[in-house]
Design a protein around this ligand. Structure first.
Ligand code: FNR
Length: 192
C-alpha cells in the first residue's frame, strides 16, 4: 500500500520557500511514499473553544480529515520572530483537541524549514519540536533540514537547486518512511 504523507506549509504566500521545499519533497520521496500538499490552512479560523464542538467549522473538519487519512506529516515552517508562525501553531492546536484519528498523538512527523536569514529557522524548528512533543507526536530527529540563505537555493523556476539541501531532504523523507513502516491494512487484519 502507498504510504501517504500530508505536507503542510506554515507560509501562505505564493512565492514561499517553505512551500517550494514541500514541492521538492514530492519529487524526492522514496518509492511507495506519496507527498500530498494541502493548501487549506488559510481558511482555518483561529482556535476558538466555543467552535470546537462535534460540528466544528468546515475548514477544521477538512484539516482533521486530511490528518486522519495521512500515515505521516511533513511540516515546513518559516521562522517568525524566532518561533513558529501562528498559522502552523493554530492548525496544531485544532488537531490536538480532536477526539478521533485526526489527533497528532503517535503520528510520525518530519519537520523542515527555510529562511533567507543565517539561522535558517533553527529557532522555529526547536519551538516546533517542543509543541509536537506536547501533543505526543513521533518527530523524526535526523537529518535536520535547516535551509538558511534560502533565496540562494532555488532556481528561477522555483525548483530546489542546491545539492546538499536535496540530499538532506531525501534523507529526511527516507527516515520518515522508515517510521511509518509497512502497515497492515484493515483488510489484512480481518484476514488474520
Ligand atoms: C520574519 N522572518 C524571519 N526570518 C528569520 O530567519 N527569523 C525570524 O525571526 C524572522 N522573523 C520574521 C517575522 C515576521 C513577522 C515575518 C513576516 C518574517 C523572515 C522570514 O524568514 C521570510 O519572510 C521567509 O521568506 C518566510 O518564509 P517563506 O514565506 O519564504 O516560506
Amino acid at each position: 500500500r502507498e504510504r501517504r504523507v500530508l505536507a503542510l506549509s506554515g507560509s501562505l504566500r505564493e512565492g514561499s520557500h517553505n512551500t517550494a521545499l514541500l514541492r521538492a519533497a514530492g519529487k524526492l520521496a522514496p518509492s511507495g511514499v506519496s507527498i500530498t500538499p494541502w493548501d487549506g490552512l488559510a481558511d482555518v479560523p483561529m482556535y476558538h473553544a466555543d467552535l470546537d464542538t462535534a460540528a466544528p467549522p468546515e475548514p477544521v473538519r477538512a484539516l482533521r480529515h486530511e490528518i486522519a487519512n495521512a500515515d505521516a506529516l511533513l511540516l515546513a515552517t518559516p521562522e517568525y520572530n524566532a518561533s513558529v508562525p501562528a498559522v502552523l501553531k493554530n492548525a496544531i492546536d485544532w488537531a490536538s483537541t480532536a477526539a478521533d484519528a485526526s489527533r497528532l498523538a503517535g503520528k510520525p512527523i518530519a519537520i523542515l524549514g527555510a529562511s533567507p536569514g543565517a539561522l535558517g529557522t533553527a529557532r522555529a524548528q526547536l519551538a516546533l519540536r517542543q509543541i509536537l512533543a506536547a501533543v505526543g507526536a513521533e518527530v523524526v530527529a535526523k537529518p535536520e533540514v535547516i535551509v538558511f540563505h534560502a533565496h540562494e537555493r532555488f532556481d528561477e523556476r522555483g525548483e530546489l537547486a542546491d545539492g546538499l539541501t536535496r540530499t538532506l531532504l531525501a534523507g529526511l523523507l527516507a527516515a520518515l518512511a522508515d517510521r511509518v513502516g509497512p502497515k497492515l491494512s484493515e483488510h489484512d487484519v480481518l484476514q488474520t
